[in-house]
Each structure stands twice: as structure tokens, then as C-alpha cells.
Design a protein around this ligand. Structure first.
Ligand code: HEC
Ligand code: HEC
Length: 214
């Protein structure tokens, strides 16, 4: 072997080692998730690149006002495209349906009220409960992806349940937001496709732009 070939081999080998080291922690991380969800009927085809790419689309929707306003970091819902605190400050309460006389359903009817600045409607309008707050506001893509698949934080949901959530009534409400409100950045079809791809390719969490950060 010439010296040149030896150098080339050494470079190739170290590149392989670096690439392997880069991917190992990510794989280990999602294995805990995967052992749990792989038992479900839908097959998982692990692909960290496709998964992370799909989550970028999912994240854009989750952080849009129609979704984030019900997924606040505090116990008061948000309003408007600027995510300001809900006027009159209704609170989450233990079941997410409001506290004392300020029940969500007092104002939020089963369907959208007509006119501008009126309450959007849904028969089930409420925040996530106090035991599973499911905060989106302020979460990085990495944090949010991990939170969504963590059984301790998502109310012990199986992959099946998570997949089904794409068609949840409150999710669909985001695409029927009432007069004067902007729509999420993707169509519901596009969102559902990205959500499904993210989960079925292994529900990988993006690394916040920094390699090996967890
Ligand atoms: C009216 C309030 C409300 C709105 C608006 C809302 N959500 Fe939620 N969201 C909830 C509640 C309540 C839960 C908890 C569901 C449960 O109890 O399991 C939840 C949970 C979730 C979860 C966690 C998965 C799960 O099964 O719990 C995801 C993902 C989610 N919502 C996505 C969205 C998206 C996407 C939108 C916008 C298109 C949206 N939400 C709009 C109230 C809302
Ligand atoms: C006293 C009446 C009242 C109560 C009680 C109330 N809301 Fe509202 N809510 C409204 C009104 C009115 C609007 C529309 C405000 C606007 O568009 O300027 C609204 C808007 C919202 C929005 C913004 C929707 C969007 O797409 O941006 C969310 C989220 C929301 N309410 C959640 C809740 C939750 C959750 C509860 C219970 C914890 C609740 N509200 C209790 C009157 C109420």
C-alpha cells in the first residue's frame, strides 16, 4: 500500500467513526420510544432524516396561533395571532374546562359564534388538563418532539392514539377558526401527512441545531 492509500483509508475510517458517533445517541434515545410504540399494529420504519424533516412541518403548525393558543406555558389560554393572554383570564382548572364561574363552555358554544372577536366554538372546547398540560409555547423542536412521545407527559398515549389525534375535533377546529382568524401554515391534509410520517419513521427529535445535545 502506498502512503497515499494509507492516508486515504485513515481519513475514511475516521469519517465513518465520526458519523457513527453522531447517530448513536439519537438512536438510543428513540429506542425507548420505539419499544413502546412498535408493539402497535402500524409498522415503524426507522429513518431519522425523514422523521426530523417531517417534524419541521409538524412544528410549524403546532406553534401557529390556532394551536398554541390552547397550549400555553401558563394556566391562562391565549388569544389572537400575537398569542396575548385571554381577556378576563379564564383559568385551566384541574380538568382544563375552566375554574369556578369561568367555564370555557359558558362562552365557547358547540359551533363558532358569528361575527368578529366572538368565541370560536366546539362541543369539547377546553385546555389540556392540569395533569397533562401539553405545553407548546416556548418549546424548542427538540423539547416538543420528546414531550409528545413521552408517556409520562402525553397521558400514556400509544402510537395509535397519537396517530388518531391528527383527526381530533379540537385539531380540526384549527382549520375552522371562526371569522377573521388566520389558518395554520399547512393544510390539514399536509399536517396529517407530516404527523404520520414523523411517527411512522420513528418519532425522532431534532437536535436543536447542536449535535449530540439531549
Ligand atoms: C380548544 C383548545 C385546543 C385547541 C384549539 C387545540 N388543542 Fe391540541 N389539545 C387540546 C387538549 C384538551 C389536548 C389534550 C387531549 C387529551 O386529553 O388527551 C390537546 C392535545 C394535543 C396534542 C397531544 C397529543 C394528544 O393526543 O394529547 C397534540 C399533538 C395537539 N393537541 C395538537 C393540536 C394542533 C395541531 C392544534 C391546531 C391545529 C391544536 N392541538 C389545537 C386542546 C386544544
Ligand atoms: C367570558 C367568556 C369566555 C370564557 C369563560 C372563555 N372564553 Fe375563550 N374566548 C372568548 C372570546 C370572546 C374569544 C374571542 C376573542 C377575540 O377573538 O378577540 C375567545 C377566544 C379564545 C381563544 C382564541 C382562539 C384562537 O384561535 O386564537 C382560545 C384559545 C380560548 N378562547 C380558550 C378558552 C378556554 C380554554 C377557556 C376556558 C379555560 C375559555 N376560552 C373561556 C370568551 C371566553
Amino acid at each position: 500500500m502506498s502512503v497515499k492509500t494509507v492516508y486515504l483509508l485513515a481519513i475514511l475510517l475516521s469519517m465513518t467513526a465520526i458519523m457513527a458517533a453522531t447517530f448513536i445517541p439519537d438512536t438510543e434515545r428513540s429506542d425507548t420510544t420505539l419499544t413502546r410504540i412498535e408493539t402497535a399494529a402500524a409498522p415503524i420504519r426507522k429513518d431519522s432524516v425523514a422523521s426530523v424533516k417531517a417534524f419541521a412541518s409538524v412544528y410549524k403548525v403546532l406553534m401557529s396561533p390556532r394551536c398554541m393558543n390552547c397550549h400555553p406555558s401558563g394556566d391562562i389560554p391565549l388569544q389572537g395571532d400575537d398569542n396575548h393572554l385571554h381577556t378576563m383570564a379564564p383559568r385551566r382548572g384541574s380538568d382544563g374546562k375552566g375554574l369556578y364561574a369561568m367555564k370555557c363552555a359558558n362562552c365557547h358554544q358547540p359551533t363558532n359564534s358569528p361575527g368578529l372577536h366572538t368565541p370560536p366554538g366546539n362541543p369539547d372546547w377546553h385546555l389540556p388538563p392540569a395533569t397533562m398540560r401539553m405545553v407548546f409555547q416556548g418549546r424548542t423542536p427538540h423539547q416538543l418532539a420528546k414531550q409528545l412521545v413521552d408517556p409520562k407527559q402525553n397521558g400514556n398515549k400509544t402510537m395509535e392514539k397519537l396517530l388518531e389525534h391528527a383527526d381530533d375535533g379540537l385539531v380540526l377546529a384549527g382549520w375552522n377558526p371562526g371569522e377573521g382568524r388566520s389558518l395554520p401554515p399547512l393544510s390539514h391534509d399536509e399536517f396529517k401527512k407530516a404527523w404520520t410520517t414523523w411517527i411512522k419513521t420513528g418519532a425522532y427529535a431534532p437536535l436543536n441545531g447542536k449535535l449530540l445535545q439531549h
